[in-house]
Design a binder for this molecule. Structure first.
Ligand code: ZN
Ligand code: ZN
Ligand code: ZN
Length: 341
């Protein structure tokens, strides 16, 4: 099994692959038939369900006769990636260091039976299916008390061929809270400690009052460029209703989110002529019982989606210093995205 090691200086966990070799930097196809080159070699397409591992969850019908579309979304295990679902955590010290087994979940959410489908083009109904599938996975994975966080991410930049090009999102569920997430949770908790208000609710009020960084306001959501993002043109979509976990989103809110997310992604794609992007759902961690630890999280944290167009690689200085340089102000960035029709 892979192992997780904790950097004792920075309190950051890393996964160390047991049989790592250079080829592992490439995600092999799910069917393990070698590197996929063409669309017809993609096992995630409708009609080829038997070539993938058994689905964990399917929205709509199960199998599809070749050439017909039966299911709406499917979730399959992402085999042989970082985490392994069976086993215990085996947390222990190795001299002065901490390690544990890489127990967790990796899954692939197949967003559509069709191969080349961007979220912004798939239509509102299909987008709602995808958003409901996200909700299902968060509800389901929270039940496993070994897992601490459910990370749902869509990244269009990873590859452009084979299964990697099929419309999909990834789910990663580590048994620890990743440092980047913990920093955000701690920041929200600290703000709440001093002000007794949710920082995200305050941000919504502030952004709507000012208006200069708002991309769009829908019935249930506000999309804006944050005041001090890491990369220019980063956009957040925040629900107006205070809620710490995505899994409590209603069907009614999903309808509105499908429209909001689709519109923002379409604007970003148009503004940057098909530049890749990723988006990630930031939701509260799996709240396993831990004395006095997350007792205010229901009030201090507020789920949201962060969208990052990949138009600029961070420099070595930025990565190492965590000090970022924006060549476009967030106000100008919001105006540019907002004006795309
Ligand atoms: Zn495909
Ligand atoms: Zn809030
Ligand atoms: Zn966030």
């Amino acid at each position: 099994m892979n192992e997780l090691r904790k950097d004792p200086l920075l309190n950051r966990w890393v996964a160390v692959m047991k049989d790592s070799k250079p080829l592992d930097y490439y995600l092999s196809t799910v069917s393990n038939k070698g590197k996929a080159k063409r669309e017809n070699s993609c096992a995630l397409c409708a009609g080829r369900e038997k070539e993938t591992p058994q689905a964990i969850f399917t929205l709509g019908n199960g199998e599809t006769p070749l050439g017909q579309i039966g299911w709406k979304t499917r979730v399959i295990p992402w085999l042989n990636y970082v985490f392994q679902i069976e086993g215990d955590l085996g947390r222990r010290a190795v001299g002065m260091y901490d390690r544990m087994n890489s127990v967790g979940a990796n899954e692939i959410i197949i967003e559509s039976p069709k191969h080349n489908e961007y979220p912004e083009d798939m239509g509102l109904q299909q987008m709602r299916y995808v958003l409901k599938t996200y909700r299902h996975r968060l509800v389901d994975l929270e039940k496993d008390h070994r897992l601490r966080y459910t990370f749902i991410c869509k990244d269009t930049s990873v590859a452009s061929q084979g299964t990697e090009a099929h419309a999909h999102s990834k789910v990663l569920c580590p048994p620890v809270i990743p440092k980047g997430i913990k920093d955000e949770l701690d920041g929200a908790k600290e703000f709440f400690y001093y002000k007794e208000r949710c920082i995200f609710c305050d941000m919504i009020t502030e952004e709507l009052n000012l208006g200069r960084r708002v991309i769009l306001e829908s019935r249930d959501f506000v999309a804006f460029v944050p005041y001090a993002p890491k990369t220019p043109f980063e956009c957040w979509i925040v629900p107006k209703r205070h809620e710490c976990v995505y899994q409590n989103i209603s069907d009614y809110e999903i309808e509105d989110l499908a429209m909001t997310l689709g519109t923002v992604l379409r604007k970003i794609r148009k503004a940057f002529v098909n530049a890749p992007y990723y988006y990630v759902i930031h939701s509260a961690p799996n709240r396993i019982p831990r004395k006095d630890y997350w007792h205010t999280i229901g009030e201090d944290y507020h789920w949201h989606i962060e969208i990052v167009p990949k138009i600029k690689e961070p420099t070595g200085f930025e990565i190492e210093s965590d000090f970022y340089v924006l060549h476009t102000s967030p106000e100008d960035a919001a105006k540019i995205i907002q004006e795309v029709r």
